[in-house]
Design a protein around this ligand. Sequence first.
Ligand SMILES: Nc1ncnc2c1ncn2[C@@H]1O[C@H](COP(=O)(O)OP(=O)(O)OP(=O)(O)O)[C@@H](O)[C@H]1O
Ligand code: SF4
Ligand SMILES: [Mg+2]
Length: 383
Amino acid sequence: MIQLKNVVAEYTTKRGRMKAVDGVDLVIPDGVIVGIAGESGCGKSTLMKVLYGDLGFPLSLASGSVDYGFTNDKGQPVTDANVQREWFRHVSIIPQSSMSSLNPVIRIREQFVDFPATSKDKKATLAKVREFVQRIGLPPESIDAYPHQLSGGMRQRIMVALATFLEPEVILADEPTTALDVVVQKEILLLLLELQEKMRNTIIFVSHDMGVHYQLTHQMLIMYAGKAVEHGPTEEIFRAPLHPYTLLLTSALPTIGDDRARQGLPGSPPSLWDPPKGCRFAPRCPLATEKCRTEEPPLVEVRPGHSSACHHIDRIPQLQADLAKAPSLDDLDEARLLAQVQENLRREHEIDATADAAPPSEVDRPEIPSEVADTVAPAGGER
Ligand SMILES: Nc1ncnc2c1ncn2[C@@H]1O[C@H](COP(=O)(O)OP(=O)(O)OP(=O)(O)O)[C@@H](O)[C@H]1O
Ligand code: SF4
Ligand SMILES: [Mg+2]
């Protein structure tokens, strides 16, 4: 069981310190697949880095702790302070944009024996790796290649192999299939599922694809603006969510035979430099009241194993019923829809023109290294 207690993770930049994960409490039982969802920039990857113990400038754990629920060789409990020694053997990660994490000038086989857990007996490790990569659909000689000699799908399988071949108890997968075509995406996800069924390890999995969460995960954590806003069994998260944000995220998911017009999530998440007081979702929430704008809702267990941070949980079933009454696509006036699309395009054009005319000041902009530039929220939120 992994236990996170009041985890606050900060980035230090020229502009100051910014809390990208702000007070997350979470218990993850052994042997489950947990999905993390939420719009771009809400802190998913930061939480994954904390879970991996990949801390170091600019990211630091401002407060809180992570307890992994097992002991190391010396009999000490594994925590955020010493988890680095367990990398690959007990805890591994498939990082976001992981295809580019392979060192381009080193043959893949060398990347497998470059860790304390594998470097002691390179020959035996490589024999095991050759056998293992075949199990995940790669020829054994693929590990003799340089990364650029393999296709994107093959490189991603190598990343999965790197993270799984020592059969760690905990695998962290941060958007493991982004940038792959749909067929390869499906293959990689099935591969992860198959490995988890065999190894019974815990997988914590970040994705923007709610359909994938529904099919793959046992539990879900919904994050919004650095906060955990809902955590519970995946089936309940979709059928009877306990947070309006979750409801709006999941109700955009189409189902076969249902032709209701989907209501997207209007607006975008707040800046983490200056989050709103009270509930951070209040400016976008259809149920927001004065209390929401002043008092921050705590994350509380509402049903067994299902927690939510919302002042008005009792009003969510009505909101769900209202969303279900959305007009069918056939009922919508085509001319009105077209006018709406044109209006949206015109507004986007205006925003682009304003941005071109007045680029943000260099002084105000936080320093974000180029390797994380692609994790920064695009305007408009959810991809
Ligand atoms: N190295 C960094 N330095 C400064 N700020 C950062 C850094 N990495 C991320 N951030 C900021 O921290 C916040 C959370 O980012 P994070 O990458 O965790 O979000 P995310 O939920 O994974 O987003 P995405 O879905 O786009 O991957 C964002 O505001 C982002 O701009
Ligand atoms: S606390 Fe209020 S604003 Fe926040 S999600 Fe609940 S109803 Fe909406
Ligand atoms: Mg991310």
